[in-house]
Write a protein of this length. Structure first.
Length: 278
């Protein structure tokens, strides 16, 4: 019995000694986490290629009074598809908003148009037809702003809008026609002419993050470029009346493939916990 009591006393003394030693040790502070660095965006360059699908609301002669009043009139117009080549520079302000300035050369698009009409002259009804041909190109400069709508599996849908100017050039314009009143074919041509207009655009598309610097884009744009005009018309015999043709309300549905190169990498992931030692 005496040995058992001695063993219990020794165990108790050892336990109290351990607790006293532990009480003298400093208490470790909780882990401190470093905050992730702020995302301040960064500069990027961009380039794009694509094609246009254009239209004009109407093509008309500037001296409307030259026409005999018509009893019916119809017009059909069409542009061929043309290439689009663009470059730009922009800045990403944060994960959802960015802006850029772009310049595009929009290549020559062949144009065909036809007017069909009926009219009355000196009490005699007659009909006629005019066929137009030309080519059109533009320089387009836009300041654009975009909203990125979130990222899933490296894919980011976006929307945007832009405003700026378009320099519309109409070249190689010809007008051939004939009517049943005179039965004599007519022909007129006009030299190239250019006109600057206010332009605006609406954008939508998706971007794919290839790596920290490279982003690919597939985008659609609706572009309004104002009007175009031909040079002064000259008839086949060299005479001119000082008039020209206007192409009203030129718009385009564009499909483009683009690339963006980011100069500033996205911020790194948050750092591992930093534990302070006592």
């Amino acid at each position: 019995m005496r040995s058992v009591k001695s063993l219990i006393a020794a165990g108790a003394a050892s336990l109290f000694s351990t607790l006293a030693f532990a009480a003298d040790m400093p208490i470790a502070p909780p882990p401190v986490y470093a905050p992730p660095p702020a995302d301040f965006g960064g500069w990027y360059l961009r380039g794009e290629i694509g094609f246009s699908n254009q239209r004009t609301s109407n093509v008309h002669y500037t001296r409307e009074s030259a026409y005999t009043p018509m009893t019916s009139f119809s017009q059909t117009t069409a542009f061929d598809t043309a290439g689009i080549f663009g470059v730009g520079v922009g800045y990403r302000f944060n994960n959802w908003f960015r802006a850029d300035v772009t310049g595009q050369y929009r290549g020559n698009s062949n144009f065909k148009g036809t007017d069909r009409f009926t009219a009355t002259a000196f009490g005699t009804p007659y009909s006629g037809i005019d066929n137009y041909s030309a080519s059109k190109s533009e320089w387009l400069v836009l300041a654009n702003a975009y909203v990125d709508l979130g990222t899933w599996w490296c894919i980011t849908p976006f929307i945007g809008a832009g405003v700026g100017g378009a320099r519309v050039t109409i070249s190689n314009f010809t007008d051939t026609g004939i009517n049943s009143f005179t039965g004599v074919p007519s022909f007129a041509s006009a030299p190239s002419a250019s006109k600057w207009n206010f332009a605006w655009a609406a954008h939508a598309g998706v971007a794919y993050q290839v790596n920290t610097n490279l982003v690919l884009e597939l985008a659609y744009s609706y572009v309004d470029m104002g009007e175009g005009r031909t040079g002064i018309l000259t008839a086949y015999d060299g005479t001119t009346t000082g008039n020209y043709y206007k192409f009203k309300d030129i718009t385009s549905h564009d499909l483009k493939l683009g690339v963006r190169w980011n100069f500033d990498n996205p911020p790194p992931p948050p750092m591992m916990p930093i534990v302070r030692k006592g």
